[in-house]
Design a protein around this ligand. Sequence first.
Ligand SMILES: Cc1cc2nc3c(=O)[nH]c(=O)nc-3n(C[C@H](O)[C@H](O)[C@H](O)COP(=O)(O)OP(=O)(O)OC[C@H]3O[C@@H](n4cnc5c(N)ncnc54)[C@H](O)[C@@H]3O)c2cc1C
Length: 285
Amino acid sequence: MRFVAPTTWVDALDAKAEHPDAVPIAGGTDLMVGLNFGERPPAALLDLTRIAEITEWSREDGVIHIGAGVAYSRIISELSRDAPGLAAASRTVGSPQIRNRATVAGNLGTASPAGDAHPPLLATGAVVHAESVRGSRLIPIDEFFLGVKRNALAADELIRGVRVPAAPGPQHFAKVGTRNAMVIAVCSVAVALDPAARTVGTGIGSAAPTPRRSIEAERFAAAALPWTSGGPLDDDIALEFGSLVAAAAARIDDVRGTEAYRRLALAVLARRALAWAWADLGGSR
Ligand SMILES: Cc1cc2nc3c(=O)[nH]c(=O)nc-3n(C[C@H](O)[C@H](O)[C@H](O)COP(=O)(O)OP(=O)(O)OC[C@H]3O[C@@H](n4cnc5c(N)ncnc54)[C@H](O)[C@@H]3O)c2cc1C
C-alpha cells in the first residue's frame, strides 16, 4: 500500500487529483477498524494529519469554520459556547482516546447514518467545505448524505472543513445506545432554537438510511412555541413535536434496535431535547 503524507493542503489536493483512489486518513478511528477487520486495503492512503492548515478553527462573520483536522476533544473544550449542539454530540463519541484523534470530517467521510456529528450539523444548517484542484464547493449539509455510507464528495475532492453558524440560541443533542458510553447510537436527535428568527432545527441519527431532518416537526414547533410570552413548554407541543420527529424515521430494523423501538425512543429524545432547549431559553429571557 502506498502511503502519501503531504504537509500542505495544496499538496494534498494535488495528491488526491493524481491518485483519486487514495483514501484519506484523519484520526483513523473508522478507517483502521475496517482494515483491522480485513476490509480490502486501499491502493494508497492519503495521510492528512501533518497538514497544519486544517488543524484550526476560526470565527468569521458569525460562522464557525472548523478545519477537517480538528478533533472532537477540541470542539468540546473550545466550541461549547459557539457550537453547543455539536459539542454535546462530540461528548458522546467513543472515549477520550477516540475523541482526541477522531474528527467531524472523518464522521462525514464515513457518512454512517449513526454518525453523532450529523444530527447537530443538520439542525444548525451547517455547510461542508469540499475542495479539489478544480476549486472549492460549499455543500449544504442537507445535500451531503446520499445513502448508507455514501456522500456527495467527488473522487478528487477532500473535505477542507465544516462551517456551522455561531449558535443564535440553545442547542441540545440526545442519544440512546445499548449502554451509556462507547456506543454507536441506536438513535439520536439534535434540536437547535433560533429565538430571533423564531425557527427550530432538527437532526435525526440512526433512524433512516441517511441522517435527516424532520421538516414537519421544525415547522410545527416554530409556529406553536410561545416565543414572546415564554413560560414552561406545553406538554401538547412537546408530544406533537416528538411524534413528528418519530414519523420522520424510515423503516430501519437492525442489530441495534427495531423500528418500533427507534420510533418510541425518537419521540422521547425529541421531547427531551426540545424541553432542555426551551428551558435554556427561559433562563436567558
Ligand atoms: C471505539 C470506537 C468508538 C466510536 N464511537 C463513536 C461514536 O460514539 N459516535 C460516532 O459517531 N462514531 C464513533 N466511532 C467512529 C469514529 O470515531 C467516527 O466516525 C469519527 O468521526 C471518524 O473520524 P476519523 O478522523 O477517525 O476518520 P477516519 O477513520 O480517518 O476516516 C473516516 C472516513 O472519512 C474519510 N475522511 C477522513 N478525513 C477526510 C477528509 N478531510 N476529506 C474526505 N474524506 C475524509 C476517510 O477516507 C474515511 O473514509 C467510534 C470508533 C471507535 C473505534
